[in-house]
Write a protein that binds this ligand. Structure first.
Ligand code: BG6
Length: 506
């Protein structure tokens, strides 16, 4: 292998939204911070018939619109590194000119054979493009590394994921595959690892003896926007639970890895996936809730229901809300319920993990507003990134009234630190060949296996209801029934980490 970090970054699907909004702005941020190799070229590939100049000017606008870093003084020099090649993805013969174009670039820019191929295309092409690349030798690592970054979704269900896995592994090695799950690139998701494994105080409590249940929420206030066509074939379970939220759950639940080596971390994550208790078909009705948003009026604005959205079947039964209860059958977590919920058109955008600790065995202070202690550790992934601990404190004055108070840390207090975007982090890691924050094939397959009964039942069974919920509410009311203890509801988080309850600012 050539010891040289120069490379060509090839983006398939270069005329798409992800390239404009995330990938190129993230590459620009890396460039400004001097984190790109000196010899570097970005080659956009898609069906559109652009010249280099057209593509550069589109990317310049995109960087200005979606930049993640304030400094715009390097845009002109950065876009000189951008090139474009049009291709018919399904047509094997167009991969020869692509290869030739890359060879010319390598000679002109003095770049070795290292190449990253980023697949940001419709998922139906994830099997075909790598196969065509291999047919012209672009998977060969003789002249430098070749890596393939694959966006989600990796398959549509267990069967299609297995087919895709076999297609890819025919021509590529597992070490060459980087399956992106942008949640793993979030600084605050990585901080979960640091919180757990750099602080001695949490580990003794992080188990079934002290934790009552774990709650993971990822709420969005937006609807499906312009992605109705894609979303209607996906739904919340495939779009958010199968990947992002199960990964967050795995990091919350994993054992300490033996080192920070990618293999060590990913082995521990995989073990969590392998320990997920299978949901029996007959339990799907009681352990899952699905919902779909209905039209409503929010702050005098009329909001369309899901079935009225562009690209959505007016009779669609696709869920825009999913909640699921499950268990991890191992010594640490035996008997502790995990609750995950996600939805579109909920009151606010928030992602967080809440560790609910068990109450004290006997609660002495019965005169105040609290009838038991309810310590919670809230790990806020976004927005108002940070952590909050809730604990009981004496209300000043006579007697022993106890109230719940917050102790919080907000990333925004570290004013001098910019939080890099998830894509910036993941793109950088892929350039360095660090696969720690990428999902391994087995993890993805295990996640599909786990959700298969739910997918099957939601597809077939008419008696697993699809509840409507008005846009701007917290999903089907019945979701509270999922929580085993009837005195406990989901947390109702607000934009600000320290607020919760119904009166907070959304
Ligand atoms: C994407 C989903 O993977 O994640 C979208 O396809 C969703 O539907 C998005 O909106 C949420 O990401 P984030 O980073 O805004 O929480």
């Amino acid at each position: 292998m050539i010891n040289d970090d120069s490379h060509i970054y090839v983006i398939f699907g270069a005329s798409g939204d992800l390239t404009k909004r995330k990938l190129v702005p993230a590459l620009y941020s890396l460039y400004v911070q001097d984190l790109l190799p000196e010899k570097f070229a970005l080659l956009g590939v898609s069906r559109s018939d652009f010249t280099d100049m057209d593509f550069r000017s589109g990317m310049k606008k995109a960087i200005n619109a979606f930049k993640e870093i304030d400094d715009t003084s390097h845009i002109d020099s950065f876009i000189q590194k951008i090139h474009y090649q049009s291709i018919q993805f399904n047509d094997a013969s167009t991969y020869h000119p692509l290869r030739q174009r890359m060879e010319i670039l390598r000679t002109d820019e003095e770049i070795c054979g290292n190449t990253l191929f980023y697949l940001s295309t419709p998922p139906s092409l994830y099997g075909i493009i790598p196969q065509h690349l291999a047919s012209v030798g672009l998977n060969s690592q003789e002249d430098g590394w070749k890596r393939l970054i694959i966006e989600k979704p990796f398959g549509y269900d267990l069967e299609s994921a297995m087919i895709l896995k076999n297609q890819l592994l025919k021509d590529w090695q597992e070490e060459q595959l980087f399956r992106i799950d942008h949640y793993l690139g979030k600084e605050t998701v990585q901080n979960l690892l640091v919180t757990r494994f750099s602080n001695g105080i949490f580990e003794p409590l992080w188990n079934r003896n002290y934790i009552h249940h774990v709650e993971i929420t990822s709420a969005e206030s937006i609807g499906v926007e312009k992605r109705g066509g894609y979303y209607d074939t996906s739904g919340a379970l495939r779009d958010m639970v199968q990947n992002h939220l199960l990964q967050v759950a795995a990091i919350t639940a994993m054992e300490s890895p033996s080192s920070l080596e990618p293999v060590a971390i990913r082995n521990e994550i995989l073990k969590v996936f392998q320990s997920l208790r299978p949901i029996k078909k007959e339990d799907v009705k009681t352990n899952t809730i699905r919902g779909q948003y209905l039209a409503s009026t929010i702050k005098s604005e009329t909001i369309a229901g899901y079935r009225q959205e562009e690209g959505v079947d007016p009779k669609s039964v696709t869920e825009t809300y999913a909640a699921i209860k499950f268990y991890i059958d191992n010594w640490r977590w035996g008997g502790v319920p995990f609750y995950i919920r996600t939805g579109k058109r909920l009151p606010t955008r928030v992602t967080e993990v809440v560790i609910h600790f068990k109450p004290t065995p006997h609660f002495l202070f019965t005169s105040g507003s609290l009838s038991s202690s309810c310590n919670q550790l809230v790990i806020r992934i976004q927005p108002d990134e940070g952590m909050l601990m809730k604990f009981g404190m004496k209300t000043p004055g006579a007697g022993f009234d106890v109230q719940n108070v917050n102790m919080d840390f907000h990333y925004s207090d570290l004013t001098h630190q910019r939080i890099p975007s998830a894509y910036e982090r993941l793109i950088y890691d892929s350039m360095k060949g660090d696969s720690t924050l990428f999902a391994r094939t087995e993890e993805v397959i295990e996640a599909w296996k786990f959700l298969s009964p739910v997918i099957e039942c939601w597809k077939d069974e008419k008696d697993v209801p699809l509840y409507g919920y008005p846009a701007g509410t917290w999903g089907p009311e019945t979701a509270d029934d999922l929580i085993e203890d009837k005195s406990i509801t989901w947390r109702y988080p607000c934009k600000n980490l320290s607020d919760d309850g119904i009166y907070c600012e959304l």
